[in-house]
Write a protein that binds this ligand. Structure first.
Ligand code: FES
Ligand SMILES: [Fe+2]
Length: 419
């Protein structure tokens, strides 16, 4: 981790002033201040990260009563589990006594969660069952000290959480992409592999990198051979139009190629981003593999390879790139001012068997390597923007349009904290 000096004169007023000035510079990358300021980072956690719908995991990770896994966000930890009655629960992993982390192991199966500090014991529905010798405290009742609950929604088998109890509904805006996403039947899909890449860079650098493909032709040679997104829209228009014309018939999914743009400022409500577009792979390429040939059985409701891939966004920090035979989910989570967890999850058809229907190495090869390339360029980016000599340059009007959209939304959020 790079050491970021604390600016002792940093304040909310300074942050709001910087954000207002930056909004006057639309079309330009943002000042290094936004990647280095602890005040800004705290504001982001408070106003974006803990107010947004974030992908936590898939329902199959808690298939049995008592199954749980942890989801770490910033310095926080959530328990996602299925209780003894089969109900899904999401709870803060913070003891109601004096705040110790109750659960340490990242996944497992438990009937009770016993705090390692003074032994308070919680049932797996979060209710406090035993608080050793606390009967000595007059009026104490276990019923007052359940683990704190967190809101969640299950959408196509994917569990999304929101730490803001008053957050607006998430599922209704996602209905706009439900037909397209339904093609892959993610409810019954299988998590073939997942991996967390800890990137030593501010989360916005990781996100900005994901939101543009200007870097794809120079940084991702393998990806660029297969996917037309790396080229300007005009150049690959005929490929896209041909794919859109055949997509519904070949895949057997009506509306699979329909676009929907509802992200950032165009979201139905704050942070409830919902987006889909289908873009072409180059001629002869069926999926995201070394030779463009299939890696696994077709996903859920897909009936064929149309030479396209579905690009999705759900909430501000969760994305999917869905091929006919596998889906790759991306999620970005800040862990500190200078550290980000980039989580990748590879989904295959729920009936696919590893070693028989797919090879895990081959399945994960493209996006594992592409992610390592991304890590490399994000790190170089981080080193540059943290220099005192860094001066932001212009975004590309087409290739980096989504970055600009994100940045505008982000700066407006910072400015709104002044009122
Ligand atoms: S902090 Fe958990 S029992 Fe004391
Ligand atoms: Fe990339």
């Amino acid at each position: 981790m790079k050491f970021i000096a604390t600016d002792v004169s940093d304040t909310r007023e300074k942050m709001v002033g910087m954000a207002s000035a930056q909004l006057e510079q639309q079309g330009f990358a943002i000042d290094s201040y936004f990647y280095r300021s602890h005040v800004t980072y705290e504001t982001e956690l408070e106003n974006i990260i803990f107010k947004s719908w974030l992908y936590a995991g898939h329902i199959s990770q808690i298939a049995n009563n008592g199954d749980y896994f942890l989801f770490d966000i910033g310095e926080d930890s959530l328990i996602i589990n299925r209780d003894g009655d089969g109900e899904v629960r999401v709870m803060h992993n913070i003891c109601r006594h004096r705040g110790a982390r109750v659960v340490e192991e990242t996944s497992g199966n438990r009937r009770t969660f016993v705090c390692p500090y003074h032994g308070w014991a919680y049932s797996n529905d979060g209710s406090l069952k035993r608080a050793r010798e606390m009967d000595k405290l007059e009026g104490f009742s276990c019923a007052d000290y359940d683990l704190k609950k967190v809101r969640f929604e299950v959408f196509h088998g994917m569990i999304f959480i929101n730490c803001d109890p008053r957050a607006p509904d998430f599922v209704a805006p996602l209905e706009n992409i439900t037909r397209q996403l339904g093609a892959y039947d993610l409810t019954n899909a299988k998590v073939a592999h997942s991996k967390t890449y800890r990137i030593n860079a501010n989360w916005k650098l990781c996100l900005e990198n994901y939101l543009e493909c200007y870097h794809c032709s120079s940084s991702h040679r393998q990806y660029a051979k297969l996917h037309t997104l790396q080229a300007s829209f005009d150049k690959v228009k005929p490929l896209n139009e041909a794919m859109w014309a055949r997509a519904a018939e070949i895949t057997g999914v009506p509306g699979i190629a329909e676009d929907y743009y509802g992200y950032y400022n165009d979201s139905a409500s704050f942070g409830a981003c919902s987006y889909h577009s289908r873009y072409a792979l180059y001629d002869g390429v069926k999926t995201g593999s070394a030779d463009g040939q299939p890696l696994a059985p077709l996903m859920g409701n897909m009936q064929g390879y149309d030479g396209g891939a579905g690009d999705f966004q759900m909430g501000p920090l969760t994305f999917m790139l869905n091929y006919p035979d596998h889906c790759v989910l991306y999620r970005f989570i800040p862990r500190s001012l200078t550290e980000t967890d980039m989580e990748l999850v590879w989904y295959v058809n729920g009936n696919a068997e590893e070693g028989v229907d797919y090879d895990r190495e081959k399945l994960t090869w493209l996006w594992h390597h592409t992610s390592l390339e991304d890590e490399y360029i994000i790190m170089r980016n981080s080193e540059g923007v943290n220099s005192r000599f860094y001066q932001p340059g212009p975004y590309h009007p087409e290739h980096e349009a989504t970055c600009m959209e994100f940045i505008r939304w982000y700066l407006q959020m910072l400015v709104s904290t002044a009122t």
